[in-house]
Design a protein around this ligand. Structure first.
Ligand SMILES: NC(=O)c1ccc[n+]([C@@H]2O[C@H](COP(=O)([O-])OP(=O)(O)OC[C@H]3O[C@@H](n4cnc5c(N)ncnc54)[C@H](OP(=O)(O)O)[C@@H]3O)[C@@H](O)[C@H]2O)c1
Length: 213
């Protein structure tokens, strides 16, 4: 797949590096020349150009900048998968949403025609490279209204090394986004650092039944 990563910050660099294994990745930046200094040797273009050339677009910009970024590529995202990784926080890491819906739903309303999938927001950027903390595969919680789009994103997550879990329709991002904020609170306010992550554990009843036969 050809994947455009919009935003060349922490997530853009780390998730981009992970997705480069097995995909063609192009980076979309507000200032491609300046971004070349951060991402030496990478294919970096303007935002719309990157989105236009890709099958899947990852929106990796701060929540307050999401609408502006979408505006720049709105004709190029129609019919395509748009992965929303954002945590709806402001510049002081405060919860920024003042309505009850999720940032993902808000983004979907602006990204008319795109198949928006919420993913990766509960994983710290540096852990996106391998999808793991130590030997533990991290869970990434997925929400979206288009099943095929969701399957593709879950496939990308598996290829990186994560364990994707389908939480349901896009509006279920309302449950996923607060978990992203909780991780930031634990990592920074509670000083646990960023080598932490969420993992969904589940009893394998079928396996247990086989053993007891
Ligand atoms: N950092 C994490 O561990 C983490 C984990 C999960 C989810 N997230 C979410 O992922 C998104 C990106 O986070 P990040 O840590 O990569 O942020 P970041 O390091 O600040 O980078 C964001 C990038 O977005 C682009 N951008 C576009 N419009 C912007 C604007 N108005 N102001 C600032 N940057 C703008 C910039 O790239 P150009 O200059 O090239 O345009 C910038 O480098 C956020 O929504 C965040 O909540 C972050």
């Amino acid at each position: 797949m050809r994947i455009a990563i919009i935003g060349t910050g922490n997530v853009g660099r780390n998730l981009g590096a992970a997705l480069e294994k097995g995909n063609e990745v192009v980076y979309g930046s507000r200032d491609p020349k300046a971004a070349q200094d951060k991402l030496k040797g990478k294919n970096i273009t303007g935002i719309n150009e990157a989105a236009k050339s890709a099958d899947v677009i990852v929106l990796a910009v701060p929540y307050p900048a999401a609408k502006e970024a979408i505006e720049k590529m709105k004709e190029s995202i129609k019919g395509k998968i748009l992965i929303d990784v954002c945590n709806p926080l402001g510049s002081n890491f405060e919860w920024k949403k003042d309505s009850q819906d999720s940032a993902a739903e808000e983004i979907a309303r602006h990204a008319q025609g795109a198949k928006v999938v919420k993913a990766f927001n509960t994983i710290f950027a540096e852990n996106m490279r391998t999808g793991k903390v130590g030997e533990n595969k991290l869970t990434t919680f997925i929400a979206g209204d288009d099943d095929d789009a969701k399957d593709k994103v879950m496939g990308l997550a598996r290829d990186i090394g994560m364990e994707p879990v389908d939480v349901g329709a896009l509006k279920k991002a309302r449950y996923i986004e607060p978990a992203g904020l909780m991780m930031i609170e634990l990592g920074y306010a509670k000083n646990l650092g960023t080598s932490i992550g969420l993992k969904l554990v589940k009893e394998d009843k079928q396996q247990d039944a086989k053993h007891s036969e």
